[in-house]
Design a protein around this ligand. Structure first.
Ligand code: ADP
Ligand code: MG
Length: 478
């Protein structure tokens, strides 16, 4: 009988920062520019050039550190990690080895229906390498040094993940946090967020960690999950046969869902780390750190609890909204005008999310104000929500400046407060279909849809469907 095994994963997450310039010089830091156009002598570390610390990188590191409950080291420093590779023009990478800027910390995220907290080892600042491009020529590799020197934060977790699913859920929540802090777009496809997954296995109940393999540069949540699941099975199969797992660096083949060996894992010694003699120790004043703390408006979990506790938004809806800071801001903006948190949050979660790409950005404010007007009419029961969404959303997107009440009048969808004779119409429909009424009363509750359909076709227009349904329900219990 085969024993149960446990998967153990620790992550090294690279966040590419959205600072205006590179980590140690003034070259533009921008994805997608013409290759090799943002490459000065300093990016190439030509003799005689000197690097300079980028204040924005330090601020981003502290922001993330504060959000993740890390201890901020008030005197951290840079080291050189030496290795030879075509995309590393300096011959070394500037990183923080001995004294990283953030120590410890933790992050809590939702996985399945529960919450899990992962402890962090540290966060350090470093610079990215250039990019080797292998798929332009069959027999040549092209090099783009635009990325060389891009500022990165590397977050190193403790080996506390127990499945690929947990890792995927963690990355998702982490991405949301990074976007709240506005320090990176955290886009995995473009490489602004990359993950190395360290994977080992052990028998269930065993405390000692197994030998790990490191899967480099996984660039999607789905691939992280697949790669970890494959790798754990592979290692366990080796152990079951009495073999040993090799400590090595592996890559994930997205085409067949398997990992394969890239190289034997280097030890720290191979990199000959030493303090970078060109850069000073980063001394941080308490007030500097305090100001950064104050500059963070709210974090995802704070936004979520504000929506649930202060505004009484439904839990699921609050989760959807708080996954994106701009949706939370939109909620606050609309709710000041409409003053109905349930209506506004449902509108955002169920309607707005699928149309926000089609809003004319130069007309954003008038578009939002028109939405607020529409929602106010719904709130005051002058419009039914479903009719309004069907008939007015597209109109508003195309005519953000139009008068919404007028348009609703033109479309004859305003509910006339005096028009309470719709009960007669309901009665008439029930009289027309006595068999269906009998079946409904015998338990075929699905027939409500049929009665509602009849009303929509033949009854008076512009009545709130909820009221119609209530009316039918009342009549059918008589
Ligand atoms: P490096 O990879 O640079 O040698 P570390 O040895 O500190 O650095 O480990 C880096 C990552 O590997 C961390 O995320 C850590 O949690 C994870 N890790 C270390 N040992 C194991 C293990 N046995 N199984 C799974 N993950 C591990
Ligand atoms: Mg590593």
């Amino acid at each position: 009988m085969s024993q149960q095994y446990e998967t153990v994963v620790g992550l090294e997450i690279h966040v590419q920062l959205n600072t205006a310039s590179k980590a140690f010089c003034r070259d533009r830091n921008h994805f997608g520019d013409e290759p090799n156009t943002n490459v000065s002598a300093i990016s190439l570390a030509l003799p005689g050039t000197l690097p300079m610390i980028n204040r924005s990188q330090v601020i981003s590191a502290i922001k993330l550190g504060v959000a993740l409950d890390c201890e901020i080291d008030k005197s951290s420093s840079f080291d050189r990690k030496n290795y030879c590779y075509p995309d590393l023009p300096k011959g070394y990478q500037i990183t923080q080895d001995a004294k990283p800027i953030c120590i410890g910390g933790k992050f809590t995220f939702k996985t399945g229906e529960t919450y899990k907290t992962i402890n962090l080892h540290h966060i350090h600042m470093e610079e990215d390498a250039g990019k080797s491009i292998h798929d332009i020529h069959d027999d040549k590799t092209c090099l783009d040094y635009n990325r060389a020197g891009t500022p990165l934060l590397e977050v190193v977790t403790e080996p506390e993940f127990r499945s690929g699913q947990e890792v995927s859920d963690f990355i998702n929540a982490f991405q949301i946090l990074i976007r709240y802090l506005e320090i990176s777009d955290a886009n995995m496809e473009e490489g602004s967020l990359r993950c190395d997954c360290n994977v080992s296995v052990r028998s269930k109940g065993e405390l000692k960690l197994g030998t790990r393999a490191e899967i480099k540069n996984v660039n999607s949540k789905k691939f992280a999950k697949q790669a970890i699941e494959f790798e754990a099975k592979r290692q366990w199969t080796i152990l079951q046969k009495g073999g040993k797992v090799k400590q090595e660096t592996r890559l994930f083949n997205t085409a067949n869902g398997e990992t394969y060996a890239m190289r034997k894992k280097e030890d720290a010694l191979d990199y000959r780390y030493f303090p970078d003699p060109d850069l000073q120790t980063i001394i941080l004043a308490d007030q500097f750190i305090e100001n950064i703390k104050l500059s963070i408006d709210h974090l995802p979990w704070e936004a979520n609890s504000m929506l649930v506790n202060d505004y009484k938004v439904a839990k699921k809806t609050a989760e959807t909204l708080s996954a994106d800071k701009t949706l939370v801001q939109l909620f606050i903006y609309l709710n000041i005008k409409v003053d109905d948190a349930t209506l506004v949050s449902n509108f955002i979660a169920n309607q707005y999310i699928s149309i926000d790409k089609t809003i004319q950005q130069d007309k954003l404010e008038s578009t939002l104000n028109s939405f607020a007007e529409m929602l106010t009419l719904i709130k005051n029961k002058e419009l039914s929500a479903s009719t309004a969404y069907k008939q007015l959303i597209d109109f508003i997107l195309k005519n953000p400046e139009a008068n919404i009440r007028k348009e609703a009048e033109n479309k004859q969808i305003l509910i006339n407060a005096n028009d309470d004779n719709f009960e007669e119409a309901c009665k008439e429909i029930l009289n027309q279909f006595p068999d269906k009424v009998k079946a409904y009363k015998a338990g075929k509750k699905g027939l409500m849809g049929f009665f509602m359909g009849q009303f929509m076709k033949n009854g008076p227009k512009g009545i709130n469907p909820k009221d119609v349904q209530e009316c039918f329900e009342k009549l059918l219990t008589l």
